[in-house]
Design a protein around this ligand. Sequence first.
Ligand code: PDD
Length: 277
Amino acid sequence: EYVILNGGLIERSEAKVDIEDRGYQFGDGVYEVIRVYNGKMFTADEHLERLLESGKKIELNIPYSIGQLKQMLAEMIERNNLELGIVYMQFSRGTSPRNHAYPGADVAPVLTAYTRETSRPVESMRNGVKAILIEDIRWLRCDIKSLNLLGNIMAKQKAAQTGCFEAIQHRGNTVTEGSSSNVAIVKNGKLYTHPATNLILNGITRRKINEICTENGVALEESAFTKDDLLDADEVFMSSTSAEITPITEIEGKPIGNGSPGPITNKLQNLFEEAIE
Ligand code: PDD
């Protein structure tokens, strides 16, 4: 199994990162997860553009073009014979003696990437999953896909402990997003999703769904909704690179709609599936 360390492909067992890598010490870096279907990356440009943007937002200069990154990742996918799965990649700010302030321009970012085989979550996409509601305790730059995920993993762990698949976060009454997904609701035939502000990660899957809505006459409003709107919704779903469009059929023990995936969620799932083929 080959991984990327900085410029090149090497055996995973050969890959070494310093204990003073700033990603390791501070969570100082940015990352992406890209889906691979039929041996090809899905929406690679969008993911890599977001990666460069995340880098810019924290003054981490990624010394590669989108084209170069795509080529390196494609080579790794091919060498590992990955047909269906994901690519994970991250840039840390690099290695230097521990100091909160950023190191000088002489310190180069450290790139690591690997592939993982994973099937599509067919079962949960068909039957739906359960979720909990939890206060969003994260920082105010959730638009950055940062390596710092403590708030997210604490929320997900709470869900896991109660036998749920996702934790839907809210700031006061306003629903923001899942611990590792975006959340949308359907009410009276219309889709509502939190606008792309600093309070959420603007998911590539979310953007694709919005595009599909616009092209197929599904009414869409990018506006924040409340916890009550969520619990009273006709349909709720989460979206992410790995979960695609997964219906949420129960929240805090309460069924959503009639407790099974709804027609608009199903319609979007079908249209999404056409887009990935
Ligand atoms: N998570 N919001 C958060 C907080 C996320 O971590 C993710 C993705 C999303 C959905 O983004 P996208 O559609 O671009 O995958 C929204 C990835 C998959 C992860 O950390 O594994």
